[in-house]
Design a protein around this ligand. Structure first.
Ligand SMILES: [Zn+2]
Length: 148
């Protein structure tokens, strides 16, 4: 028995549990009926979207606090995308643009970017600053998934 996969609807933000992905049949959001993106690729959120996701997600969340002007952030994006797709449905990966959403950066006390923060059970469990190589990102996420 494996746990159901969880996908966040990009339109309404609802968390959708999917027991089994069947090829050729794309699932839709249980709340708004939009097609669900099951690729796992990181979704963009604002402060309200992040707070709702943190409160509602049954799977751990990894958030990349970044900004468009930050070269290390842009260089890190493909690594984050690869990790997010590997973990599709098991880890919710989100990106928050700290330039567009400065209140969110203040709310989470973001001092440097990129900052990666992991949330589980409604609260932050791990945080690190600076872009990580894929192996280190996997380790960071694995630690966050079991942290108390
Ligand atoms: Zn929806």
């Amino acid at each position: 028995m494996s746990a159901p996969l969880v996908f966040r609807c990009r339109r309404c933000g609802a968390m959708n549990r999917i027991a089994l992905l069947s090829p050729g049949r794309e699932p839709v959001c249980g709340r708004c009926k939009a097609d669900l993106d099951t690729s796992g690729s990181p979704g963009e959120v604002d402060l309200a979207g992040l707070e709702r996701a943190v409160a509602a997600s049954p799977v751990p969340i990894l958030v990349d606090f970044w900004a468009p002007w930050c070269a290390p952030c842009r260089a890190f994006a493909p690594t984050l995308d690869r990790f997010a797709r590997e973990q599709a449905g098991r880890f919710l990966v989100l990106k928050l643009d700290t330039e567009a959403h400065q209140a969110a950066a203040a709310r989470f006390g973001i001092q440097a970017i990129p900052t990666l923060a992991a949330f589980r059970g409604g609260r932050e469990v791990e945080r690190t600053s600076g872009a990580l190589p894929l192996e280190d990102l996997r380790r960071f996420a694995a630690a966050a998934a079991v942290a108390v």
